[in-house]
Write a protein that binds this ligand. Structure first.
Ligand code: SAM
Length: 225
């Protein structure tokens, strides 16, 4: 059933119709894993960190359709762990200059120009409302370069999933001071040859902060503070 639904959604139905269908029947989200872009193994890594119940809230930089945000929120809710999640994204894909620059450098494939544009703040907001998660999640729309500095909080988990070298480096540098001792920064695409910018950003960042424990897990780089 879920496979059929996924294929239908991927291939034949216009996005606006898919959004309306899902918002009207929110029970369908579960079989689509809430539209998360991550694998089960990767979600398990995030759940493991959240389960440690380290002080501090959670921040996700690169949210797209909010699938992973929902999975993290559901886990916190089920386990009665009181934390807020900040969900940051442009909700309209990559910044034009940034992605063009990285396509030219060979860090992003051509399709990157239009990647992750099939979302919107309105869609994610309504989705969270339909799933009863609006109170736990603060949506922060805009480019990280304009929004991240405005968030005055500390984090047990900062999940960075933004594909671009420049975006990843900005998030790593800005968030490091806001992650509590014992907390983690997790970066997706560390081993993804299709988006090598994430690894370049992480390795450059790590060469500046030497006192970290780090691990590669299911394509993630997990940096423990
Ligand atoms: C791979 S998607 C995120 C997927 C999501 N974490 C999930 O697991 O379902 C990457 C997202 O990063 C966002 N992004 C990349 N650079 C950004 C920037 N500088 N400011 C805001 N959003 C950015 C894109 O808009 C895109 O939605």
């Amino acid at each position: 059933m879920s496979r059929l639904l996924r294929d239908l959604i991927k291939g034949y139905i216009p996005r606006s119709l898919v959004n309306r269908l899902l918002l009207f029947f929110p029970q369908l989200y579960k079989s689509l894993r809430y539209e998360s872009q991550l694998s089960e193994d990767q979600i398990a890594v995030l759940r493991e960190i959240l389960g440690k119940n380290i002080p501090g809230n959670v921040i996700e930089c690169g949210v797209y359709r909010g699938g992973t945000t929902v999975l993290m929120a559901r886990y916190l809710e089920t386990n009665r762990i009181a934390k807020k999640i900040y969900a940051l994204d442009s909700f309209s894909g990559f910044q034009e200059d940034g992605v063009n620059d990285e396509i030219q450098k060979g860090l992003v494939p051509e399709q990157g120009r239009t990647a992750f544009t099939s979302t919107s703040v309105d869609y994610v907001q309504r989705k969270l409302e339909r799933l009863g998660l609006r109170d736990m999640i603060t949506i922060v729309p805009g480019y990280f370069e304009d929004t991240l500095d405005t968030i005055m909080d500390s984090f047990c988990l900062a999940f960075i999933d933004c594909d671009l070298e420049k975006s990843a480096e900005f998030c790593l540098t800005t968030l490091w001071g806001k992650v509590v001792n014992g907390g983690c920064i997790v970066v997706d695409d560390y081993t993804n040859p299709g988006y090598p910018g994430a690894k370049i950003a992480c390795d450059r960042f790590l060469s500046k902060v030497s006192y970290t424990a780090k691990q590669v897990r299911h394509g993630f780089l997990v940096i423990e503070k």
